[in-house]
Design a binder for this molecule. Structure first.
Ligand code: SAH
Ligand code: SF4
Length: 365
């Protein structure tokens, strides 16, 4: 239990005996000012101290290290959870958007061969408050940098649809309390079919990304072990159900692996699945991970694959790789112990941007 696990009613209980408006002040402090209870100068000092001592209002995340890449446009945070588990969160600035990539589990049980999180294994589910607090940290850092956080992607550590109740509660808080647009929230799944059906019936119109990587069962069984449980036919049926129920377009994620899934035949198979449900493709050149010796497709092969999809009538975009040199790119998150990581950068993102105030803005608002 931590501060962003509390409902409004639970905050009211903590403030029993205080004037009713204190509940709103505390709620505003947490969700509007993105502040800790002890920072809320609107509250009397004694009450602030009392609240700061309550275990229910403790923070969930303790920052262990921050690493920067891409000239400060990508920040990766390693957080320690109250029980000592570790997760990573990545904040990304671009010209037009500011996104946070959040973890939904400590580790991941799905065991995809090419993914560092999968290679490290599963530790535990995250609580809703542990997910929301990642977003709050990012929103606060963005605000300090003169920007506004506007996108949340569940593409950090873990399989979000294997922790459905928590990610859904977190999404409700992200949209309802932190005021981000549901259409700017993307949930990425490796293909947990029951979760996709639940998402199809859920009231918020969030985006769904499905990590496909292979369009035939033989290859997908190899790359994504979950495919043995939910083969492509079941996965595509769930995707069709989602599109019919929500009228939203699904995107397929495809990590391009040299000689494995970047051939003409792969493009043809993928195009067939895309056309059936009007899906869009996000191509991600495979990022290197310690446990998977195969190389990502070279840039020419990436372009050729995209062009092949185009000529088959399918829209595809090549995702720009971010934060590779700090192992913050897709599939590289492993929350490695500090000793094993590259040295953390000296300057945190907010200060860098504050120094830029008034001067040329690297990433204009
Ligand atoms: N578990 C969810 C969300 C987290 S992974 C899922 O798999 O969808 C986020 C994305 O990174 C997924 O599309 C995943 O397939 C991709 N990915 C994993 N390892 C990768 C790697 N080494 N290179 C590029 N993308 C990778
Ligand atoms: Fe888990 Fe996604 Fe990595 Fe597969 S790609 S191991 S589902 S985090």
């Amino acid at each position: 239990m931590s501060r962003y696990d509390c409902t409004r009613a639970e905050l009211a209980e903590l403030l029993a005996g205080q004037p009713a408006y204190r509940v709103r002040q505390l709620w505003d402090g947490l969700y509007r000012q993105l502040a800790a209870p002890e920072e809320l100068t609107v509250l009397p000092a004694t009450l602030r101290a009392e609240l700061a001592a309550r275990s229910e209002l403790a923070p969930a995340l303790e920052l262990v290290t921050e690493q920067l890449a891409d000239d400060g446009a990508t920040a990766k945070w390693l957080f320690k959870l109250p029980d000592g588990e570790r997760i990573e969160t990545v904040l990304m600035y671009s010209e037009r958007r500011c996104s946070v990539c959040v973890s939904s589990q400590a580790g991941c049980a799905m065991g995809c061969s090419f993914c560092a999180t999968g290679q490290a294994g599963y530790r535990r589910q995250l609580r809703p408050g542990e997910i929301v607090e990642q977003v709050v940290r990012a929103a606060r850092a963005a605000r300090d940098a003169g920007r506004r956080l506007d996108h949340v992607v569940f593409m950090g550590m873990g399989e979000p649809l294997a922790n459905f109740a928590a990610i859904w509660r977190a999404t409700e808080a992200i949209v309802g309390d932190l005021d981000l647009a549901a259409r700017h929230v993307t949930i990425s799944t490796v293909g947990v079919v029951p979760g996709i059906h639940r998402l199809a019936a859920a009231p918020l119109q969030v985006n769904l990304a499905v990590s496909l990587h292979a369009a035939n069962d033989e290859l997908r069984n190899e790359l994504v072990p979950l495919n043995r449980r939910y083969p492509l036919a079941a996965l595509m049926a769930a995707c069709r159900d989602y599109v019919e129920a929500t009228h939203r377009r699904i995107s397929f994620e495809w990590a391009l692996i040299a000689g494995v899934n970047d051939r003409e035949r792969d493009a043809e198979e993928l195009a067939g699945l895309c056309r059936a449900i009007g899906a869009h493709v996000n191509l991600i050149p495979l990022n290197p991970t310690p446990g998977y010796p195969v190389l990502g497709s070279p840039p020419t092969a990436v372009r050729a694959f995209r062009d092949a999809l185009f000529s088959l009538g399918v829209n595809a975009t090549v995702r720009k790789t971010r934060g590779r040199d700090i192992a913050a790119a897709c599939g590289q998150l492993a929350a490695t112990a500090v000793g094993q990581m590259a040295a953390p950068s000296r300057r945190p993102v907010p200060r860098r941007h504050r120094e830029d105030e008034g001067a040329r803005r690297v990433f204009p608002r």
